[in-house]
Design a protein around this ligand. Structure first.
Ligand code: ADP
Ligand code: ASP
Ligand code: MG
Length: 436
């Protein structure tokens, strides 16, 4: 990028780092910036990197649970807040944390500047609440780095071509950070969070879960998409697409965490004799049952067409087997819990026309095992179902692919089923793993 001579009156003195200094890309999640004390600690960590001769592009999330609080406030005013306005509101959470972190950095004498998603060059499509990044223009960040050593970027937001504020979906700050890394040509993006890496399952649910040293993009993408909240699925997709290694690590200590990168299949298979790499539990879906649906061509197309038109995509789908002579059948599918009302609204008029009815069940959970060798190792699904049965959970739906098996079970049995499935595949921490 051509750098023009800038009148120095516009800005503070020249940055400490030379123009060619490497840019380190980091992201701090909500818990890591949960209060002012933690914010100061993050500032001190960033300062150390600058003192070491690098510049830093830091993405931050909203503080603590403030995004949840913003949504709850919106719901007090309207049962189903307009998605554009909700984006406008949610985007403010990250704006608070970027401004405060920048102030904390400036207090330490670090030249820092905050940037909203729009200011950092994030152009997205116009899907409010689930926007996809179309392009990240690196120019604003490069320009800012001519004047400061640290750019603090608001996570999970951008603007569409129309200038409307958009957000990327819950947990989307990870994606901002990896997209920044890709735009700046960095080979690594550090994701600082409240655990010290990616585990075989959520370590807050199963304390005996084992930390992984490294995990392949494909497996991580599956785990993230199936509910392992540690990384936003799009961030993993971005990392894979642009060859950025994600380093998931703790913001509370300095030990290395888990690397998410390309792992050759042979390497992956040699590293472990276990066919399953991880187990994910997703409590964020609801089940919709359609009863008395006509068993004739075009019915599924009408149902899922109406759902799509309402902006909802179904996850797992089953179609019931009907008895001989029946002309009606049953169907069920899962949808994201926060879109369940929209889905039910879309089904109601259609069911009236079809002579059936729709029922909503919020008490379901989806449990999934992930591993690149699942498709080629016989008996894996059976072993999982046995462990689920031992937890007393009835399997309501099943979906499989080369790299995963998922079941929908009653939410009340989910924790116990997770524990048993995790143990059944030998994923618990062993004696030799006790070092940390
Ligand atoms: P942040 O606010 O830093 O983005 P998140 O809450 O989004 O943090 O993600 C970190 C959480 O993800 C952990 O506290 C943990 O409870 C959860 N989690 C779920 N699955 C896993 C997993 N396989 N490995 C590590 N953490 C996981
Ligand atoms: N603040 C947003 C959320 O809570 C984005 C993020 O934290 O990644 O979902
Ligand atoms: Mg997160």
């Amino acid at each position: 990028m051509g750098s023009v001579d800038r009148p120095s009156v516009l800005t503070s003195p020249a940055p400490a780092q030379p123009p060619g200094a490497r840019v380190r890309v980091q992201k701090y999640g909500g818990t890591s910036v949960g209060d002012l004390d933690r914010l100061r600690k993050v500032a001190a960590r960033v300062q150390r990197v600058v003192a070491g001769g690098e510049r830093v592009a830091v993405t931050v999330s909203a503080m603590g649970r403030s995004t949840d609080e913003l949504i709850a406030t919106a719901r007090e005013l309207h049962a189903r807040p307009n998605r554009r306005e909700l984006d406008m509101l949610m985007a403010t959470g990250e704006q608070v944390s970027i401004a405060l972190l920048t102030m904390a950095l400036q207090h330490l004498g670090v030249r820092a500047r905050s940037l909203t998603g729009a200011q950092a060059g994030f152009l997205t499509d116009g899907v409010h609440g689930a926007a996809r990044i179309l392009r990240v223009d690196p120019t604003p960040l490069r320009r800012a780095f001519e004047e400061v050593d640290v750019c603090v970027i608001a996570g999970f937001q951008g603007v569409d071509a129309d200038g409307q504020v958009t957000t990327f979906g819950r947990g989307g700050s990870d994606t901002t950070a990896v997209a920044v890394a890709a735009a700046l040509g960095a080979d690594t993006c550090e994701i600082f969070t409240d655990t010290d890496g990616v585990y075989t399952t959520d370590p807050h649910l199963i304390p005996s879960a084992r930390r992984l040293e490294v995990i392949d993009y494909d497996e991580m993408l599956e785990l993230a998409a199936l509910g392992a909240q540690v990384l936003h699925p799009r961030s993993v997709w971005y990392g894979r697409r642009y060859g950025v290694t994600l380093h998931v690590r703790s913001s509370f200590d300095f030990r290395p965490g888990t690397l998410v990168r390309r792992v050759a299949r042979e390497e992956a298979l040699m590293e472990t004799d276990r066919p399953v790499t991880g187990v994910a539990l997703d409590m964020e879906h609801a089940r919709i049952d359609l009863l008395g649906v006509p068993d004739e061509p075009g019915t599924a197309a009408r149902i899922f067409g109406a759902l799509g038109a309402a902006g909802v995509s179904a996850d797992m789908i089953i179609q019931g087997v009907r008895g001989a002579g029946d002309s009606r059948q049953q169907m069920a599918f899962t949808v994201p819990r926060d879109l369940a009302d929209e889905a039910m609204d879309a089904m109601a008029p259609l069911m009236t026309r079809l002579g059936g009815r729709a029922e909503l069940d919020l008490g379901v959970a989806k449990l999934s095992i992930v591993g690149i060798a699942i498709g080629s190792a016989p008996g894996i699904a059976g072993r999982m179902f046995e462990a689920v049965a031992a937890a007393g959970a009835n399997i309501e739906m099943i979906a499989t692919s080369e790299v995963r098996v998922s079941v929908v079970i009653p939410a009340a049995k989910a924790q116990e089923a997770l524990r048993r499935v995790h143990a059944a595949f030998g994923l618990e921490r062993g004696e030799s793993d006790e070092s940390d």
